[in-house]
Design a binder for this molecule. Structure first.
Ligand SMILES: Nc1nc2c(ncn2[C@@H]2O[C@H](COP(=O)(O)OP(=O)(O)OP(=O)(O)O)[C@@H](O)[C@H]2O)c(=O)[nH]1
Ligand SMILES: [Mg+2]
Length: 350
């Protein structure tokens, strides 16, 4: 979890705490920063805050949970939300997706709508490798097919040396339908130059939109009651995990075949190498399979919880209805009794 360097500054409270405590105002703005690991999400937030946050300087992922940072800007409170990217060093994709989705859904249930999303992409990557494609595809599935003006795509890590090549790449990424072209327009594509000015330009764009975003994942899970595995992003992750699993299985079988060959040839060392590869592939295969099971199970738990809440609500409603019915019956009985008594008394009197 990213923590603030300066001990005098307040360490951000966790995602859940913030919602549980209700420590926000309904006019506050919520802006999520997403992107692949190392794309500069935490650095982007630290430029806005004007103070240093702990960022990653090596190949390992740094931010591992959903973190919050508050900023007073133009008379409003902005909650900047830092998220972990997929393909994290320490956490599985299903863990990351569940963390992000749980928070988004909880916020939506509390009537908190996002004002904007900033998706960062490092321009110095010369090709869209697996990680980048996966992050982008998952993000698109999370948002849904509609173009949202307050969803910003910004490129980071610009260098003077390869500027021409980077400009070409930036255009290709933002125009091509296979990348960002089908979800952004020219107005919400930015080149971010790692400065406060450049970061605030993006925030200003989001503030001008005055948007309240409802993401596809929120609609599908909260409104329609779908399980994660049934949603667009869940299906995408499931597809990705199946692909991974099949690839590990293929490599596992290949290592097994090679091991048998080396044993037959009497090459003990080579056989041992293949055995190690086989074990590694078996381990990776198991992890992919576990994630698929988790995808189904963890979301089943969420659905069960939602159904239990609904049942409780219905239970309360039906209790109220029964009480109202009882009151009505009592009321009618009272009127009938009064009429009979009145009649009897009237008869006696007459
Ligand atoms: N040159 C350059 N370096 C940057 C920029 N943004 C971030 N960095 C550096 O890139 C590294 C990774 O930045 P982070 O902000 O930790 O990236 P992140 O997206 O938060 O990474 P995770 O938390 O691991 O997902 C750090 O060394 C930053 O100083 C940028 O725009 N330009
Ligand atoms: Mg980070």
């Amino acid at each position: 979890m990213a923590t603030v360097n300066n001990p005098n500054l307040q360490v951000p409270s966790s995602a859940w705490e913030r919602l549980e405590k209700g420590s926000y105002d309904e006019n506050d703005l919520w802006i999520v920063v997403m992107g692949v690991t190392g794309s500069g999400k935490t650095t982007f937030i630290s430029r806005l805050l004007g103070r240093e946050l702990v960022v990653g300087h090596d190949l390992e992922s740094c931010t591992s949970d959903v973190d919050f940072f508050d900023l007073k800007y133009k008379g409003k409170t902005l909650h900047l939300i830092d998220t972990p990217g997929f393909d994290d060093t320490y956490r599985t994709d299903i863990d990351i997706l569940t963390t992000i989705v749980n928070w988004l859904n909880k916020a939506y249930k509390e009537n908190l709508c996002l004002s904007g999303i900033v998706y960062l992409h490092p321009i110095n990557y010369n090709r869209m490798g697996n990680s980048h494609m996966k992050n982008m595809t998952m993000f698109k599935k999370l948002c849904g097919p509609t173009r949202l003006p307050s969803v910003v795509f910004a490129t980071t890590m610009w260098t003077n040396a390869d500027r021409e090549i980077q400009l070409k790449r930036h255009d290709e990424l933002s125009l091509s339908e296979s990348y960002w072209g089908n979800i952004v327009t020219k107005e919400n594509v930015f080149q971010h130059y790692d400065s406060a000015g450049s970061a605030f330009k993006i925030i200003d764009h989001i503030l001008t939109q005055r948007a309240k975003i409802v993401l596809e994942i929120q609609r599908q899970m909260v409104d329609e009651g779908l399980r994660l595995v049934q949603t667009s992003v869940g299906q995408e992750l499931n597809k990705e995990l199946l692909k991974q699993r099949d690839e590990f299985e293929r490599r596992l079988k290949e290592a097994e075949r090679r091991m048998q060959e080396e044993i037959a040839k009497g090459n003990r060392e080579a056989a041992e190498d293949s055995r190690r590869v086989r074990e590694e592939m078996q381990h990776k295969y198991d992890i992919a399979e576990q994630q698929r099971l988790q995808l189904d199970k963890s979301m089943q738990a969420l659905l069960d919880q939602k159904n239990a809440e609904l049942k409780q609500k219905r239970g309360k409603k039906s209790k109220r209805r029964k009480a109202a019915m009882a009151m009505k019956v009592l009321g009618t009985m009272g009127t009938v009794t009064a009429a009979i008594v009145g009649g009897v008394l009237g008869g006696t009197n007459g």
